[in-house]
Design a protein around this ligand. Sequence first.
Ligand SMILES: [Zn+2]
Length: 273
Amino acid sequence: MLFAIRDDDTSFFTDATELKDAYGNLWDKIPISLGVIPCDVKTYNRGNQLKFFQESEPIPITENSSLIKFLGESIEKGRLEIMLHGYDHQYKINSDLTRIPEFIWRSDLESRVRKGQTILKDALGVNVTSFVPPSNAIGQRGLKAITKARLNLLGVTGTRSLMRVNPVNLGYALTSRLNRSYPYNVREFVGHKQLMCRSLAPRSNWLRLLSDFEECRKKEGVFIVATHYWESKSKHDTEKRTLTDLLLNLIEKANDSGATFVGVEEAFAKEKS
Ligand SMILES: [Zn+2]
């Protein structure tokens, strides 16, 4: 089994110490794959639907020079891997306060992907190969944009939208289902691959996550746990332990199972089996 950690929302507004606090004890043991927002807008009360608020002015990550220096050094040491996490992560807020994620409501997604790649390339010297959709939501337009940019997707999409992007994807979807590691296999489609992720958040179902892990272990698949550094110290709603504690518990299980800890790039490179 391959095991990877995907952490979202690093941007101009991130302090390097937040990342060190959340993952410093894992450095050099497990690479962390960071979903980076190239041009984030300031966001208040992220976890609270009623108080959630975003400013409208996006600020490029390059303006935070101490973070860029820290990311650059960590990439060099092999501690961090960089993925594209939307462009500005801005939501459209409906009158009933529901939030529509960036890669659903925006129409200029191809140029957003391109601009995002350029910012990360200029700032960190990396050619990103993976995409994490804001709020794990991506529509047909977004799927087209990442396929064009040859970015692999952290997440899985329905066959219908895949077919709308390219009808040949139907055959790929059927083949993927026959893989012995399904649904924890690398799913190959025209121009991109997909990998399922399991979220570890205060409200995620911990027991379900553990049983999914167990299933993935038996099937020798790829297990990707999705976290947010900014809530690592928060307590899980029912387990009453911090998310860091739960993550360490999961890592211990993975270690006991003989899992190989990898960045997502290596996970996507896993051969078909
Ligand atoms: Zn996010």
